[in-house]
Ligand binder design. Structure first.
Ligand code: NAP
Length: 252
């Protein structure tokens, strides 16, 4: 660890919202561990951070695998100094109406969002407890409030909110806060893929989403990163167990 620079870990940070969070935390002064399925996919995010004079390392891991999650945390702690911030952002969708949803659709979404966040938090908490300071932010979704074709995803994202609240109860006495950010419609590869799946153009999907939004524009990854940056800050030390909807309106 150089000087007093703190380390943050962001999962699913090869692209999309995770990459924006990683870059924002680097701008905020953190060294950043970039976790995604394959280390080489993280090169672009690492390069973007180094371009602004930051420090970053990549770790390839499937966060739903206990050994890989633990190894990724250990690798980042070794390379950058013990991480005091964890952002559980890695995610997948396997949308389908209930009667067509397969066991695998259900399991894979639960595994990445819920099991992955649990495994990463369990591996990362030790350094935070030792330091008496830590921040965990879990990326939920407006889908937690109910979403057609997403019984798996909405259950996982609602589950993450309960997970967050319990983390905040358990870890508060160690100076660790846990909060959730629940984005609405954000322009990323994930929303692009969902337009493709339902057979409409991405432009049409964006237009439909914006029509429902009070602020009249779609979400950007940076909107989510700004909220994460607040929860991670020293100023937010009395804010814990909360869910912040970042959705361009009351519900997204
Ligand atoms: P994205 O563009 O699909 O990025 C997700 C990243 O997570 C990808 O790089 C993906 O790798 C990685 N990932 C998937 N499974 C993983 C695993 N098991 N271990 C490690 N990494 C894994 O998605 P996004 O739109 O940025 O979404 C980021 C988060 O925000 C997700 O939790 C999502 O549910 C949530 N969210 C998104 C929106 C939205 O509108 N976009 C709204 C609400 C919430 P691969 O590319 O190799 O699969």
């Amino acid at each position: 660890m150089t000087g007093t620079q703190r380390t943050a870990i962001v999962t699913g940070a090869a692209r999309g919202i995770g990459a924006a969070i990683a870059l924002r935390l680097a701008r905020d002064g953190f060294a950043v561990g970039i976790v995604d399925l394959h280390a080489d996919q993280c090169a672009q995010t690492v390069a973007a951070i180094e371009e602004i004079g930051g420090r970053a390392v990549a770790a390839g891991a499937d966060v739903s695998r206990p050994d890989q999650a633990a190894d990724a945390v250990e690798h980042i702690n070794d390379q950058l100094g013990g991480a005091l911030v964890l952002i559980n952002n890695a995610g997948v969708t396997r949308d389908n109406l209930l009667f067509k949803m397969t066991d695998d659709d259900w399991d894979s979404v639960m595994e990445v969002h819920l099991r992955g966040s649990f495994l990463m938090a369990r591996a990362a908490q030790r350094c935070m407890v030792d330091a008496g300071w830590g921040r965990i932010v879990n990326i939920s979704s407006t889908s937690a409030l109910g979403s057609r074709g997403q019984v798996n995803y909405s259950a996982a994202k609602a589950g993450l909110q309960g997970f967050t609240k319990s983390l905040s109860v358990e870890l508060g006495k160690f100076g660790i806060t846990a909060n959730a950010v629940a984005p609405g419609f954000v322009v990323t590869d994930m929303t692009r893929a969902s337009a493709e799946r339902i057979g409409i153009s991405f432009e049409e999907q964006v237009e439909k989403a914006v029509a429902r939004l009070a602020v009249g524009r779609p979400g950007r990854p940076e909107d989510v990163a700004n909220a994460v940056s607040y929860f991670v800050s020293d100023e937010a030390e009395f804010v814990s167990g909360q869910v912040l909807y970042v959705a361009g309106g009351p519900r997204g």
